[in-house]
Design a protein around this ligand. Structure first.
Ligand code: 5GP
Ligand code: MN
Length: 350
């Protein structure tokens, strides 16, 4: 634990000690959260490219594989995946003199890597936009929950502390990937600064259509069939709770030959129904536990619901969690918990 936490402060124009230390590191490691999404991977790769360019040798280490549609990002092929290379991943973290957590505020979100992060007493930096960060575990927090994405924060981090390095297409492509992922292609979590950031990224000449196509238009016929099945046969609508949810068992996932990333985005269809404020998507993992995604509209606190009942968290309108059991029990638990939020759901109108 450190008692010397530095917090990113907009008004403070001096370079924090942690950044000076970072700039002279021998070996930095950036760790996105486990089951990484476009914001976690985009921000980690952007930081890797930026730091390498600034003369700080940097690697990205993550617990598990990326969803297939992020493999096009520059540098993705060099990410060290613990699931595939345990010892190498652990050694990189053990030997690092700086560890940067990107797109999560609690060390436990890096999964099996948590132990190695906590054991290394080196400089620790967090770059994140989720509420309730674990501040004691870090020396320097670059944290702002009003930011659309961690990638938007990486851009701020670059402007504030690394503006001597030129922003190139490689870095800008990675940042843009996170921006479009977390805003759902500029639909939510927006603020004026998000567009200013996008504008600066476009000035580098990035191919925005290519990035969007690679991330969002990568359906396989199999995935579309799965989506059709979810919408046609598995969608449950509870008008009295303004809630809709979809659930898939392990057997169903196997019968559709689902691979990592195939279920991404399905939850959003629940919220596209008129009048629905709370949406959920449940799928059973191979170990018979269940992964849950929550999405909400208006002020409904999906993250609070997830942290109270599904050992999770996230943002107000986009959260995730898990249930220690098969999908049917997870759904029963959900239906038991929902009445506690009936009054809140009834009070919200779009
Ligand atoms: P998704 O549903 O896409 O997995 O996650 C939505 C949001 O919730 C993301 O910001 C993600 O980081 C967060 N999230 C997902 N799963 C968990 C979890 O188990 N714990 C916490 N604290 N946040 C999560
Ligand atoms: Mn994010």
């Amino acid at each position: 634990m450190t008692n010397n936490i530095e917090l990113f402060n907009l008004k403070n124009t001096s370079i924090p000690g942690s950044i000076l230390k970072l700039r002279s590191c021998r070996q930095a490691v950036v760790i996105p959260h486990k089951s990484p999404d476009g914001d976690a991977v985009g921000s980690s790769l952007a930081l890797m490219h930026l730091l390498n360019k600034a003369g700080v040798p940097t690697h990205v280490v993550v617990e598990d594989s990326l969803p297939y549609f992020l493999n096009f990002l520059p540098g993705a092929e060099n990410i060290i995946i613990w699931d595939k290379k345990n010892t190498i991943a652990e050694t990189y973290i053990q030997n690092a003199d700086c560890i940067i957590s990107s797109d999560y505020g609690h060390v436990s979100r890096c999964g099996v890597l948590e132990k190695f992060v906590r054991e290394n007493p080196c400089l620790k930096i967090m770059i994140d936009h989720h509420p309730h960060p674990e501040i004691e575990a870090y020396d320097f927090l670059f944290h702002d929950i009003t930011s659309s994405s961690t990638c938007e924060l990486v851009f701020d981090f670059y402007v504030k502390y690394f503006s001597d390095i030129s922003l190139d297409k490689t870095i800008a492509t990675c940042i843009y990937a996170g921006l479009v992922t977390d805003t759902g292609c500029f639909r939510h979590a927006l603020r004026p600064q998000t567009f200013e950031t996008a504008s600066e990224l476009l000035k580098t000449g990035i191919d925005t259509e290519h990035i969007i196509t690679k991330i969002f238009d990568v359906n396989t016929p199999q995935r579309l069939k799965l989506l059709g099945y979810c919408l046609n046969e598995k969608m449950v609508i509870l008008p009295e709770y303004k809630t809709a949810f979809i659930h898939l068992s392990g057997e169903e996932l196997r019968s559709f030959g689902v691979k990592k990333g195939d279920t991404e985005g399905i939850v959003n269809y629940t919220l596209s129904i008129e009048g629905i404020i709370f949406g959920a998507f449940f799928f059973e993992r191979e170990d018979h536990t269940t992964k849950v995604s929550f999405r909400s509209k208006s002020t409904f606190p999906a993250n609070e619901f997830s942290s109270r009942f599904f050992d999770g968290g996230g943002h107000r309108n986009a959260a995730g969690g898990q249930f220690n059991g098969p999908v049917n029990l997870a759904v029963n638990h959900f239906l038991e918990c929902l009445p506690q939020y009936k009054t809140v759901l009834e009070s919200l109108h779009l």
